[in-house]
Design a binder for this molecule. Sequence first.
Ligand code: FEO
Ligand code: CA
Ligand code: CA
Length: 686
Amino acid sequence: MNDLKKLLPMLGHTRGKRSAVTCSLKCDNACSKAVCNTSANNYFRDIASTEFSRRSALGIGLAGALSAAVLVQGNGQGQNSQGNNGVGHSGKGGKFGFTPIAPVDASVDSFNVPAGFDWSPIIRWGDPIFNEAPDFDFANQNAAAQAGQFGYNNDYLEILRQPNGKKGLLVCNHEYVNPQIMFPAAPASAAEEAERRNIFRNAVGMTVVELERKKKGQPWSYVRGGGLNRRVTMDTEFELTGPLAGSDFVKTAADPTGTKVFGTLGNCSGGTTPWGTILSGEENFNGFFRTNGTSVEDRRYGLGNAATGMGWELEDPRFDARGEDYRNEPNRFGYIVEIDPEDPNSTPKKHTSLGRFKHEGANVIVADNGKVVAYSGDDERFDYLYKFVSKNKYKKNNRAHNMTLLNEGDLYVAQFAGNSAVEIDGSGTVPADGKFDGSGQWLPLVLNGKSVIAGMSVQEVLVYTRLAADKAGATKMDRCEDVQPNLQTGKVYVACTNNTKRGLPGQAAADEANPRTENRDGHVVEITERRGDSTATTFNWSLLLLCGDPAKNTQTYFSGFPADKVSPISCPDNLAFDTQGNLWISTDGAPSVIGYNDGLFKVGLEGRNRGNVQQFASMPRDAETCGPLIHDDESMAFVAVQHPGEDGSYGAHSSFFPDYVAQGSTPAPGKVRAPRPSVVQIFQAN
Ligand code: FEO
Ligand code: CA
Ligand code: CA
């Protein structure tokens, strides 16, 4: 760990969107390795195209909005991530107008917002959340201090508000760490190196922290010592739920019951349930484990027998899964986890019913029949899009019951068909019918508690979900990141961030749902469930965007909106909605594709504004935009700024976000001259 080259074996050898640092630390160099999905299943099945039903598209709206309204209000805990209790147009959101900012060159280290807006960090890596936790001391870090401080590389973000707007509860994931910029110098001894590994285990996971302010619309401050404050680290106990709980697939020497797991890994995006809990996706968990790496299952999940980049197996045997004792430890990660942020003593859950894969996150909507539906993407090139439908129904004002809804249900995987399939040549040329569109099916993997996959039990389907989906014939996608239903319309939006291997020799060719060969810029899919029923097993779909910089790429598509009038956008990642039904997209990877820093963008979905992309914020150098959260009723937006200055090194930082101070000057007390991942609030300037 004290050798940058050892830490970053791919330095100088990456392609496509990511910096070498991100590739090594975040994704275990997934792009440099063989594609995990070598299944021979069709990437695009021939399904009779079905005429798009305008009636079904419209019919979903009211029911979806009403369901959500009842649900979120029913929990009595403030507002959901759409900031509107799901009630539809508030009227106030219209004030949230802005003039789009210009894209910022990737060499520039600044955080930019539109004229008339200002920004400030709410909480930074290392800020103490407990009274007894020490103030952040960049030069003297230790694991005990980190366990009481805000973690590193914040990703999914939620701020639950009390109705009077004066109190809030911030919940955030911490996906991974950047060792090469977290300290002033390389470790001087093996003992120091080992302590750093302890720090890292306390810097990942999640944070819950109370917020306060004098009135709505004003910037928040976090409450040190707040009664609900909590850190989730690798020492936090989780309970497994669903068919895999107690099964032989998840038993280890330390947990012969197969029911309790310590820690959560690779927590990327997430979702907020209508009952006020937070979901978090365990994404790139594979890079933390050393396995024999020889089984079909290991290879399908990217597990290998090389020493891991983090080296946790050196002192914790459960990260070394080569022997019998901890052979199953990797089977205990790769799930959607659920945490109740209002009970700091609660045991968070890992829901095996939603399957095991590299979950980006999960987002829930309540169907008209009361069942809850969770959408989730597997963020790996050529992997799949999933949907879970609960067995039991949502009950108003019964939070304890609702917190069991993800324990049991049906699991499906998506299969897309295009209606212009013969025209798709990988160029991104719009088909003659004017749209990339078609129909699709949700193929069952588990139905009514039984496996639908020949030769696989329910437990096998849920622990090796990728293999089950291969057998079902799912469509290979260009890396599904956030998958989010619009609570106002029920339509589902899928951010496919990119896939530079699409269409290369030996790989799946372009199809109408993934229509560009070597797709560097990514795209966004819009799914309309049949009859407006979120539990339906068939759907229609169309592409909302083929991303890119229209000035440099003629293969972009903005649903017909003039390409010369949009902000350039690349690598869509996380999604959010405002109260007016606009989609907001945050990006991850634009610098190495279009040469601009990543940002936050608003996209119109309806009428003449459909496809209009407007940039609202630009991130610091080397940073990814995460979180996004739009409280347009207060003219506020929030982002989690992840890995600022990631391409810098010990003492040679490429970013000084968020506490920018003049070069050569002395930072103010409590400020350090190093980048700190932070949650940022953007608000109207006085
Ligand atoms: Fe952690 Fe798929 O991004
Ligand atoms: Ca078409
Ligand atoms: Ca992401």
